[in-house]
Design a binder for this molecule. Structure first.
Ligand code: RAM
Length: 331
């Protein structure tokens, strides 16, 4: 072999080795959730892992604190910065408190998006809403109103008092009440922090304080299960209807026993899938998140960013006794 040829072979070999090494270096995307141990986020992680497989060069790090607080999430974000992940996709426990830590991440070249529960625009490149905020707000009240033809007192059992998503939905619900549901009387809003024990206590408190309560609306998959269990245990089935946003696999038994007539939710697997897809495209393909931008989300379709760089994924579905069985097998 001539010297030139030897050199060429060596160059080709080292290029091939370099290519393999580069390929082995996966893009690390952290899917940061409000808290671990929540079935909704576990379902989102399923979709996230699916997106990682499909994209091929992605490793999804599923992480979050044990309690749904902003302070605990800040620690998680700082650890991810130290770990030099490529992207952070966060469902935030507070719109503002996370901003400094996420800004630091962006300054270090980390792509940051929020999904499910948003961060203020200065702390992220874009936000993926599950569905249109006004539509969710209206849906959760309608779910109660549909079964209260005479109207009556209802209360909201939310997640944490700083949760961006629940606060936005509650605000939208309150806006819809006087005009679209004038016979529905919202008597209280309480917070169970997406913690089963606290949500149970808060649901019990509502039933004690408001003996005429006709419905509990819980726009959280953790709170809605706790409230339905309390209504079941206190023999109030038929008197108090529990509704809100629920994961069919966790909630089917309460549709079956009559503690609830109907609940709603979007597909959480698709939401986790879409969040990873977007984080990947911004980090790797260098797509730009700007108002009007159309960004693909794989098999789920496409989103168009509004002037706050936010976009909804899809409309929520309603689950009742006719279809919850089928959905409970999926998520
Ligand atoms: C809980 C969380 C999550 C919310 C769902 C509906 O699991 O609060 O953020 O989107 O409920």
């Amino acid at each position: 072999m001539s010297i030139l040829r030897k050199l060429m072979v060596a160059a080709a070999l080292s290029a091939a080795m370099f290519a393999t090494a580069a390929h082995a270096e996966n893009v690390k995307i952290a899917l940061v959730v409000k808290s671990l141990g929540n079935g909704f986020f576990d379902a989102a992680n399923k979709g996230a892992q699916e997106a990682a497989k499909e994209l091929g060069d992605v490793e999804v790090i599923y992480t979050g604190p044990t309690k749904a607080t902003a302070e605990a999430q800040i620690e998680v974000v700082n650890a991810l910065i130290a770990q030099k992940v490529n992207a952070i996709a966060i469902s935030a426990n507070d719109a503002d408190a996370l901003v400094p830590a996420l800004k630091k991440a962006m300054e270090r070249g980390i792509t940051v998006i929020s999904w499910d529960s948003g961060v203020a625009p200065e702390g992220r490149q874009m936000h993926l809403n599950p569905s249109d905020t006004n539509l969710i707000g209206e849906t959760i009240v309608k779910l109660a109103a549909d079964y209260l033809p005479e109207g009556g007192d209802v209360a909201i059992l939310s997640a944490s008092s700083t949760a961006t998503n629940q606060n936005a939905w509650i605000e939208a619900a309150k806006k819809a009440l006087p005009e679209k549901f004038p016979k529905i009387n919202l008597v209280a809003t309480v917070y169970g922090d997406d913690d089963s024990a606290k949500s149970t206590d808060e649901a019990k408190g509502l039933l004690k304080s408001y003996p005429n309560l006709k419905a509990i609306i819980a726009p959280t998959t953790v709170g809605v299960v706790a409230a339905a269990q309390v209504v079941t245990d206190e023999n109030l089935i038929g008197k108090v209807n529990v509704t809100g946003l629920a994961l069919p696999s966790e909630f089917k038994k309460f549709i079956d026993n009559g503690a609830s007539q109907a609940v709603a939710l979007w597909n959480p697997i698709d939401l986790g899938y879409s969040a990873v897809y977007l984080a990947h495209d911004l980090a790797v393909k260098k797509m730009e998140a700007k108002p009007g931008a159309k960004l693909p989300i794989g098999r789920v379709g496409e989103v168009t960013l509004d002037d706050t760089n936010s976009a909804p994924m899809a409309a929520p579905f309603t689950f009742d006794k006719t279809n919850i069985e089928e959905f409970s097998k999926i998520y």
